[in-house]
Design a binder for this molecule. Structure first.
Ligand SMILES: Cc1cc2nc3c(=O)[nH]c(=O)nc-3n(C[C@H](O)[C@H](O)[C@H](O)COP(=O)(O)OP(=O)(O)OC[C@H]3O[C@@H](n4cnc5c(N)ncnc54)[C@H](O)[C@@H]3O)c2cc1C
Length: 477
């Protein structure tokens, strides 16, 4: 007997998917059939992380990642729709919603009768969230008037509630300050724009919203007014955790398809799997996939420690989105010409994976941030002897940057340090979770590569300076 409730749920997801979810059709038609969303709602998937009091399953973050992995193994648009709802869409409401706010929204959100979305990105504020222009100003009656434009809102086409980030001058006594607001997208003045046409994730809905003087009741504010920046950091941790889980699903599907193909395809009088180069590529890919899932599990296990969660989900977002894309690309490569043809299902895997390196924090921005964090507040060194050489390599890289204002200004070096940190965190998670000889081999391979990543040389200074000067003048070689 086991009390694991997720295993039977994952089996139900797979059974439901067999008869109902056709990934190539979702991609071709640019939509997820409403019956699929209804079916997922009936399975309880839109409520897995929501409190039991409001009809959710109250599962842990680790369990939620297992659900998203299972969905992403089947279809990434479906996984993104559910994952966005469970993470960015509802996390604020669960963490800071008042009883009245939760009572109003959570029962229908848990049942999948309502779907949640999250609107932060703006035309002038993508990576730089300090440039947000959307504003909600309180009138004498306490009601807020929201104006601004939000771009690329996932789930927009069918969402019943949006968590919107806006500056709220004067609210809560703060002259400046940002707040998270609950907005009904059907409110007068909330104008949804047409569906975007995208490279991938074509079944997932993505639209802009223009808010023209939308009137909101004072209780639209989530938690303390003016605390939006700190709240956003936490909500984004959840978003990145579930996004990383989706990448694990993609990696597993890519790896499985590649393995099946190289066993069955014969060239040069033998199966492709007999080629040493193919074996080595797949060995490394398996290690990366294992590192991805270990890091997601480790990050999700930190759900109660918000600071650690934020650090580990930054590493997992970068490591898993790069890994998922790389493995989808490898699956295409090993399929040869057939991988490039849509019917094998490899092309959609890669197109769907591409955006994960951009959204919820572009990877280059997150890597620079991770490096800066490591520079100013280094992670605690574990005592495990096997891990010592790896952690020493990252420490050496950090110490080589020096300290003080010069180190703080070295963005390219922070970026390289951030990449070393992401690899270190993945290799560490894999090492600590590995049980079987195969998992231990994956962990050993990841540790070696993480040490190599940590000691990677920067670009040579002289030629880089010449090229940068040319590029600043708009000159291409
Ligand atoms: C399909 C899709 C769904 C999305 N869903 C949502 C959603 O539901 N809600 C929401 O709020 N947003 C959503 N987004 C928006 C997404 O989070 C942003 O696109 C992302 O944060 C990047 O912002 P940007 O597009 O403005 O790129 P920019 O900020 O203009 O950056 C462009 C590129 O410049 C580089 N760059 C920028 N700054 C730096 C730096 N400091 N250091 C190094 N390199 C840098 C990076 O390579 C980056 O990729 C979605 C986007 C897409 C495409």
């Amino acid at each position: 007997m086991t009390d694991d409730v997720v295993e039977p749920l994952v089996r139900s997801i797979r059974d439901f998917a067999k008869g109902n979810i056709r990934s190539l059709e979702i991609d071709r038609e640019h939509t997820i059939p409403p019956a699929v969303l209804r079916g997922l709602g009936e399975l309880g998937l839109f409520g897995v992380t929501l409190p039991t009091e409001w009809g959710g399953a109250g599962l842990t973050a680790v369990d939620a990642t297992r659900v998203v992995i299972a969905l992403a193994e089947i279809d990434r648009s479906v996984a993104t729709t559910v994952g966005l709802h469970l993470g960015l869409g509802t996390r604020g409401l669960v963490a800071w919603g008042t009883r009245a706010q939760q009572e109003k929204w959570l029962p229908s959100l848990a049942a999948g009768e309502a779907i949640a979305a999250f609107a932060t990105t703006e035309p002038e504020a993508g990576s730089d969230l300090s440039a947000l222009k959307a504003v909600a100003v309180a009138g004498p009656d306490g009601r807020l008037r929201l104006s601004g434009t939000k771009l690329y809102v996932t789930n927009a086409g069918f969402a019943s509630v949006l968590t919107v980030t806006a500056s709220t001058p004067g609210l809560g006594g703060a002259a400046r300050g940002t707040s998270l607001l609950l907005v009904d997208p059907k409110s007068p003045g909330a104008l949804i724009q047409p569906e975007e046409r995208k490279l991938g994730l074509r079944g997932s809905s993505t639209c802009a919203f223009i808010f023209e003087d939308v009137t909101l009741a004072p209780d639209a504010v989530l938690g303390e007014p003016g605390q939006g920046a700190a709240q956003l950091a936490h909500v984004l941790s959840w978003g990145r955790m579930l996004l990383s889980a989706g990448c694990v699903g993609t990696a597993r599907t890519a790896l499985k398809a590649a393995l099946e193909h190289v066993h069955q395809r014969r060239q040069f009088q033998r199966a492709l799997i007999q080629q040493e180069v193919v074996q080595q590529r797949l060995a490394r890919a398996s290690a990366v996939a294992y590192g991805m899932s270990a890091l997601v599990q480790t990050a999700a296990s930190a759900e109660k420690d918000w600071e650690l969660l934020s650090r580990l989900t930054t590493s997992s977002k970068v490591f898993c989105s790069e890994g998922g894309f790389e493995l989808a690309d490898l699956a295409i490569q090993l399929h040869g010409g057939s991988g490039y043809i849509e019917d094998t299902g490899m092309a959609v895997l890669m197109r769907d994976a591409r955006v994960t390196r951009i959204f919820e924090g572009a990877n280059d921005v997150l890597l620079t941030h991770a490096g800066l964090m490591e520079l100013t507040a280094p992670a605690k060194v574990p005592t495990d002897e096997v891990l010592a050489p790896l952690w020493k390599a990252v420490t050496a890289r950090r110490e080589a940057m020096g300290s003080g204002i010069r180190a703080l200004n070295r963005r390219a070096q922070q970026h390289a340090l951030g990449w070393a940190v992401a690899w270190r965190d993945a290799a560490t998670a894999a090492t600590l979770l590995a049980r079987t000889p195969v998992e231990q081999a994956c962990a050993a391979l990841l540790r070696e590569e993480a040490i190599t990543v940590s000691s990677a040389q920067p670009l040579p200074a002289g030629p880089t300076a010449v090229l940068t000067a040319a590029l600043l003048e708009g000159v291409l070689p």
